[in-house]
Design a protein around this ligand. Structure first.
Ligand code: THU
Length: 158
C-alpha cells in the first residue's frame, strides 16, 4: 500500500492580497528583522507570532561568538509568546529575512528545529498555526498548519 501526503498552501504576489491580520503580522516580522543581531551571518530574520487575543510577539535571530549558542528568529518569537502569554493559543507566525549580500526573493522557511519547536504549540493547543513566509520581496506563501511543514508530527493529518 502506498500513502500520499499532499500539502496545500496559498501563494500571493502582493502584500495587499493577504488577509489584513496576515499582512499586519508580516509587517511586524519585517520590522523585527531590522533589529536582528546577526553580525556573523549578516542574515537578518524576523518573525512575528499572533496569539488568540490578538497580541503580536516578535522575535529575530540572535547570534553569538560561540556559534551554536545563537537562536533563530522563529524560536525567539515562539518561546517569547509562550513565556509571555502562557494561556493563549498561538494562531499564526510570519517569517521574513533580508541580507545585504544577496536578494532574498524567495520565502524563508523555518529550519527543522524551529518547525519542531513550533509544532509543539500546535499540538499543545490543538490549534493549527498559520505560517506566512516571505523573502524581502517576491511571493508570499501561507501554510495552514505547522504540520504541513513537518508532516507526521502534527495532529492535523487526515
Ligand atoms: N535563521 C533564522 O533565524 N531562521 C531561519 O529559518 C533560518 C536561519 C538564522 C540563524 C542564523 O542566525 C542566520 O539565520 C544564518 O543561518
Amino acid at each position: 500500500m502506498q500513502k500520499n501526503i499532499t500539502i496545500t498552501y496559498d501563494a500571493f504576489d502582493r502584500l495587499e492580497d493577504l488577509l489584513p491580520e496576515d499582512r499586519k503580522l508580516l509587517e511586524a516580522a519585517t520590522q523585527a528583522a531590522k533589529d536582528a543581531y546577526a553580525p556573523y551571518s549578516k542574515f537578518h530574520v524576523g518573525a512575528a507570532v499572533l496569539t488568540e487575543n490578538g497580541d503580536i510577539v516578535v522575535g529575530n535571530n540572535q547570534e553569538n561568538l560561540a556559534y551554536p549558542s545563537g537562536l533563530c528568529a522563529e524560536r525567539v518569537a515562539g518561546f517569547s509568546a509562550s513565556a509571555l502569554h502562557p494561556n493563549q493559543k498561538i494562531m499564526a507566525i510570519a517569517i521574513t529575512a533580508f541580507t545585504d549580500e544577496f536578494l532574498t526573493d524567495k520565502p524563508t522557511p523555518p529550519c527543522g528545529a524551529c518547525r519542531q519547536s513550533l509544532i509543539e504549540y500546535e499540538i499543545r493547543d490543538n490549534q493549527p498555526i498559520r505560517c506566512i513566509l516571505r523573502g524581502s520581496t517576491g511571493q508570499i506563501y501561507v501554510f495552514h498548519s505547522m504540520a504541513d511543514l513537518l508532516p507526521l508530527q502534527g495532529n492535523f493529518l487526515a
